[in-house]
Design a protein around this ligand. Sequence first.
Ligand SMILES: C[S@@+](CC[C@H](N)C(=O)[O-])C[C@H]1O[C@@H](n2cnc3c(N)ncnc32)[C@H](O)[C@@H]1O
Length: 265
Amino acid sequence: MELQKIYNEDCLTTMSGMPDNFVEFIITSPPYDDLRNYKGYKFEFEKIAFELYRILKVGGVLIWVVGDKTENGSETGTSFKQALFFKEKVGFNIHDTMIYYKNNPMPTTGDRYHQHFEYMFALSKGSPQTFNAIKEDTKYRGMANMKNRGETGNLDYKKVERTSEKKIGNVFFYSIGGGISTKDKIAYQHPAIFPEQLVYDQIITWTNESDLVYDPFMGSGTTAKIASLTNRRWLGSEISKDYVAIAEQRLKENFAQKLFVNEFN
Ligand SMILES: C[S@@+](CC[C@H](N)C(=O)[O-])C[C@H]1O[C@@H](n2cnc3c(N)ncnc32)[C@H](O)[C@@H]1O
């Protein structure tokens, strides 16, 4: 299969051309609950779920970013249903139910609190092969380790080595919107783009350089851009010709014209 390419077709068609155990990592946001009308395209969740599992390598991870629509007085629960389908029918582990927290969501009216988050399910095929944890400075004193124990077995606190970093929690906070999710103006012609930082954080966590990343719903090309930036190989599918054109133009502007500034180091 040709890599570094967005296939302008249904992702089921793209995946049918892939062998089993082909990609190390998948990150995507599906067109859930018809929340937005992506030019009327529907997607066949169950078939896609089985195909995603088949093409993912053992030890690979799928990041599935979803939320629920509210209709007839209730949230649909689609996110939960999909996560359980992945686990119970397809064979994925629900490795971690992470949260994509929007610092500045669209305000809502009515008798519910503002919708601040989407689920970010980390689904794995077996145990994840790669986990490069993002770290933050610890505010607390590190755990004392055994080698700091003296002959009596008591801790000699003067000798205790302290860790200065700990892995971050599984709620990821992002500000979103014009000029923030990305600086690429063209991307906003798509109605539902990922914040670039979200894709960056997940790619560096679950992959290493030159691993192969797939996004079955590529939209404006965020995954392609960040995979390129981080020296991962990638491929994607996007059913809309218009969105493929936007994504290709975005990649061209960033890489061919070398306008891209690496904001992630
Ligand atoms: C939530 S958007 C993805 C946005 C993307 N994460 C970004 O950063 O721009 C979902 C995309 O899936 C596309 N789509 C819908 N059904 C599809 C299918 N069966 N195969 C491939 N793409 C599809 C829609 O056109 C839409 O652009």
